[in-house]
Ligand binder design. Structure first.
Ligand SMILES: Cc1ncc(COP(=O)(O)O)c(C=O)c1O
Length: 486
């Protein structure tokens, strides 16, 4: 038995995995798999030419906070597979709920038909969500959950006789997905720049990015004055604005920008004051990431719309949900001839298998006291993150719940970032992989979003190794502009 085969067999035994038949029957080694991958697949957010020298890693299986590649090497899933995994990979209860549902009903159209998993899931989400959210509209992913909210808000105003409210307001470092509507209300960084001519115009308020305060103030004495920049736009333009959309507390893809709950509370108040809807995009922040079930709870706000996905199924299957208030729902409710219905949907709306995974995930939250445990262990995580302040290239350390972010800078005193060409994040990512970590960067932001199942010894390992990786980076000296969403 070769070295790799030995570890593979050990890992399979350890985590009780039986490979599916089609994999057993396909006798190819790892490099043959990668060759085939590059022959047929086009990966997201990837310059495929980079894959020639830096190919994707063939992942074969996963358990808890770990992914295992085809050589048996493990990686801590330190970004929870794009911020989706919550209870750990292949959680036995979620896997068994999926199998049970699959044996009964794989899929059914959701217009004219319904099913028990969607009914129970909608009821559960409404019972957990902030006050006032009463109905769930299901879709497939985070972008569709956002598109649904934007279109519903737009149509609400039409249905209620206001044809002037056709615009949206958002934050300049916000990110809400890659579909055209979601891109239109996101910050225009590297992700969206090329598509700018396609997008509809939206008002963009400066973000509450404390490390690079739009007003040049410091957090201890700022009075959250940056919310005034949002109000300035609303004062002039609210007659034309349908809704404010924002990510509560953590602006994730924009650089894991963590902002004070007071900003969120006041932004919610402004939405009421100026008669616009509030859409909270909790796609990345919900399901315990920030220490609360929903990040909106940090500011006790009552939004009109809440967008969910990612952690909804504990990252096991695709599902999106847009929760709405009764006021919104009622504006669409009427006689057929009034043409008030919401003519929007997706083939896999409320897929039964995805709904059953989500429902089980929410039960696991209760039965395993997931939030209580995550909140206890996050103290250790936060203490570990504080150590990074000693490193010269770490300009800022941000943390909340099991999210931690390090803003890497070339010149700490002047907060000067590295140059785009230097790909400092990419260098750290490559070193991280050698140390069993996935430090996939957002430009020059290195972050950890740990699954809520993470254990004490795992946090210690992840922090120690991340520290060694970042401490080992010896930068060249060149200029730079902080790129948004590299
Ligand atoms: C806040 C937020 N909204 C929406 C999305 C889009 O979700 P999806 O990638 O499932 O379309 C993301 C994805 O990262 C996100 O972070």
């Amino acid at each position: 038995m070769g070295h790799n085969t030995y570890f593979l067999a050990q890992n399979q035994k350890e985590i009780g995995i039986v490979p599916p038949d089609f994999l057993n029957e396909t006798a190819m080694n790892q490099s043959e798999w990668i060759k085939k991958d590059l022959e047929y697949n086009w990966h997201p957010y990837t310059q495929m030419k980079d894959c020639v020298n830096f190919p994707p890693i063939l992942i074969e299986k996963a358990r808890g906070a770990k992914l295992y590649d085809a050589n048996g090497k493990f990686y801590y899933d330190t970004i929870s597979s794009w911020w989706s995994n919550v209870h750990g990979h292949n959680h036995p209860r979620i896997m068994s709920a999926i199998k049970k549902q699959a044996s009964l009903l794989d899929h059914v159209l959701f217009a004219g038909f319904t099913h028990k998993s969607a009914i129970l899931l909608a009821e559960k989400l409404v019972s957990l969500a902030p006050e006032g959210l009463r109905k769930a509209f299901f879709s497939d992913n985070g972008s569709t959950a956002v598109e649904t909210a934007l279109k519903m808000s737009f149509q609400y105003w039409r249905n209620t006789g206001n044809r002037r409210k056709t615009k949206f307001i958002c934050l300049d470092y916000g990110y809400h997905g890659d579909t055209v509507g979601a891109m239109s209300v996101s910050g225009v960084g590297l992700f969206n720049k090329v598509f700018s001519p396609l997008l509809f115009s939206a008002f963009k308020a400066p973000s509450p990015y404390c490390y690079r305060c739009p007003l040049g103030k410091t957090r201890d004495s700022c009075g959250i004055d940056c919310v005034g920049l949002l109000e300035n736009i609303l004062r002039e333009k609210s007659d034309n604005i349908a809704a404010l959309i924002l990510e509560p507390i953590v602006m994730a893809a924009g650089g894991m920008i963590i902002y004070p709950p007071e900003y969120l509370r006041r932004a919610a108040e402004l939405s009421r004051k100026y008669g616009i809807h509030l859409i909270v995009d909790e796609v990345a922040t919900a399901f315990g990431r920030t220490g609360k079930m929903f990040a909106s709870e940090h500011a006790s706000i009552a939004p009109d719309f809440m967008c969910l996905s990612k952690g909804l199924t504990s990252g096991s299957l695709p599902l999106g949900a847009t929760l709405v208030s009764d006021k919104i729902y009622k504006a669409f409710y009427g006689d057929y001839r009034e043409k008030k219905a919401f003519y929007h949907g997706h083939t896999f709306t409320a897929n039964p298998i995805s709904c059953s995974a989500a429902l089980e995930s929410l039960k696991v939250f209760e039965d395993e006291d997931t939030l209580g445990k995550a909140n206890k262990i996050s103290a250790l995580f936060h203490a570990g993150l504080e150590r990074f302040r000693a490193l010269e290239i770490v300009g800022d350390v941000r943390r909340i719940g099991l999210i931690g972010a390090l803003e890497i800078v070339r010149d700490r005193a002047r907060k000067k970032p590295f140059g785009f060409e230097e790909r400092i994040g990419q260098k750290i990512y490559k070193e991280g992989l050698k140390a069993n970590l996935i430090l996939r960067p957002l430009g020059s932001i290195i972050y950890l979003i740990l699954p809520l199942c993470v254990k004490k010894n795992e946090i210690e390992y992840i922090i120690d190794k991340t520290y060694s990786v970042i401490a080992s980076i010896k930068p060249k000296v060149t200029g730079g502009v902080r790129p948004l969403c590299d």
